[in-house]
Design a protein around this ligand. Structure first.
Ligand code: RBF
Ligand code: MG
Length: 309
């Protein structure tokens, strides 16, 4: 796990005063576009014998401006882990408050980047802008050298978290995963569900309680892979099938995410679980009988087995 802090002074002390090479952005989903930015940042840091620091924000800046929570493509923990895997030595999460948003880009550069952190160099994305003035030419904000990294393109258009949301929203999981550079993965805790899966259908499901700020795919049945955090270690990925629906067969009215892990038995209530989405299998249906639903569940499981992943 990377060094993570929510305050620039705390990061400075955790870095023992070393001047970092800094990259800054929302890093929503930590997709292949971010990957290029992070590679450039981490290799420059390596060259300079400096720590690589990623600065990001939470909640999503859009939340302040649109008055409703803007969902992330991953949780903050997932983001920190992905940034760590991409070579960042530390992550500074700035609480995105109204007060913070009132600062101009120049104030932020002078106070935080130059003042508190004494940044060596700055790496930013092709479209990055910041501050109450939404300034993009940070080059003139301070004496810190600024490097702008080009967009990564897919089908001649920049990869972006917006495009990934759109791909997921239209059930093009494959395209979303290509742009992410890893499967779209939801993380949460296993909670108690209706208990029907095991007793009534013979297909136990782990019900996932997700963060309210996590982006969810459309309601459907999916081929997934699942892993469990057991004694602070992640299990291997296991094949699974996941339904994200209102269980119409039982006249349900609340969306729930339920995962059946193939060839697995065990009590996992309270466990942290990750579900990676591979493909949509079908839309949910209202079945005329329990037998009809159970038969379909077994058919879904067989389809899942036919995928190599
Ligand atoms: N419930 C439905 O009412 N219609 C469905 O099409 C449906 N598909 C499912 C597919 C899978 C792979 C799984 C694991 C569950 C599905 N369910 C569906 C949810 C099922 O009703 C639920 O797991 C049980 O009611 C136990 O809560
Ligand atoms: Mg269940």
């Amino acid at each position: 796990m990377p060094i993570i802090a929510f305050d620039p002074y705390e990061i400075r002390s955790k870095l023992n005063g070393a001047s970092p090479v800094v990259t800054i952005g929302n890093f929503d989903g930590v997709h292949i576009g971010h990957g290029e930015l992070l590679r450039r940042t981490s290799s420059r840091a390596f060259q300079l014998h400096a720590p690589a620091l990623a600065i990001t924000f939470d909640p999503h800046p859009q939340t302040l401006f649109s008055n409703r929570p803007h969902c992330w493509l991953c949780t903050l923990e997932q983001k920190a882990e992905l940034l760590d895997q991409a070579g960042m030595d530390a992550v500074l999460v700035i609480p995105f408050t109204r007060e913070f948003a009132r600062q101009t880009a120049a104030q932020f550069c002078a106070d935080v980047l130059q003042g508190t952190l004494n940044a060596r160099e700055l790496y930013i994305g092709y479209d990055f802008c910041m501050g109450s003035d939404q300034l993009s030419d940070l080059e003139h904000c301070s004496s810190i050298p600024v490097n702008r990294v080009q967009a990564v393109l897919l089908d001649h258009k920049p990869v972006s978290s917006t495009r990934i949301r759109e791909a997921l929203g239209s059930s093009d999981i494959d395209k979303a995963n290509t742009m992410l550079g890893h499967p779209f993965t939801v993380r949460g805790e296993v909670i108690h569900g209706a208990g029907r899966g095991r007793s009534l259908l013979g297909v136990p499901t782990a019900n996932l309680q997700t963060d309210k700020c996590q982006f969810m795919p459309p309601s459907a049945v999916y081929a997934t892979s699942t892993r469990l955090l057991i004694e602070k270690k992640w299990s291997n990925w296991m094949q699974s099938v996941t339904s994200f629906c209102k269980n119409p067969t039982f006249n349900g009215n609340e969306l729930s995410m339920e995962t059946h892990i193939l060839d697995f038995a065990g009590d996992i209530y309270g466990t942290t679980m990750e579900v990676s989405f591979i493909r949509e299998l079908r839309k949910e249906r209202c079945f005329p009988s329990l037998d009809a639903l159970t038969n379909q569940l077994h058919a879904d499981m067989e389809t899942r087995r036919s995928f190599v992943l």
